[in-house]
Design a protein around this ligand. Sequence first.
Ligand code: CA2
Length: 144
Amino acid sequence: MKILFLNGPNLNLLGQRQPEVYGRTTLAEIETKVRKRATKLGATIDFRQSNQEGELVNWIQDARGKFDVIVLNAAAYTHTSVALRDAIAAVGIPTVEIHLSNVHAREEFRHKSMIAPVCAGQIIGFGVNSYLLGLDAAVNINVA
Ligand code: CA2
């Protein structure tokens, strides 16, 4: 199984800024953890980050025929992006929405996800483990 991990804006700053909110683990360290578990599970992953909405849209479009599942932390674009929502709906690749923080315990504007209705499900609030749980969800997406 091939799984595409996509990370949205500012997640490249993980571990370097606001550790009280997002923890001390860097995105590179998260990638390493995800890769190790993916190998154990027999899955192949691609792990990317972009600060640009259009690049994320392009990656989602290009995933058609190349990846079985997308695991997406769209960061702030979660709450604003009709473009990401339309791209996910258009490609028809099952997508798992993930977040490090519990967005429902934070500001009101983070309670709304534009992408949730077109995603298979959400994993929210488990810190770095949201990525590992997202991987597990992806690997099992077709298991009844
Ligand atoms: O909890 C999450 O994973 C979020 O997707 C993180 C986004 C936020 O806008 C979403 O509401 C929830 C923010 C990512 C920014 O990451 C930073 C990391 C370090 C320092 C500053 C920002």
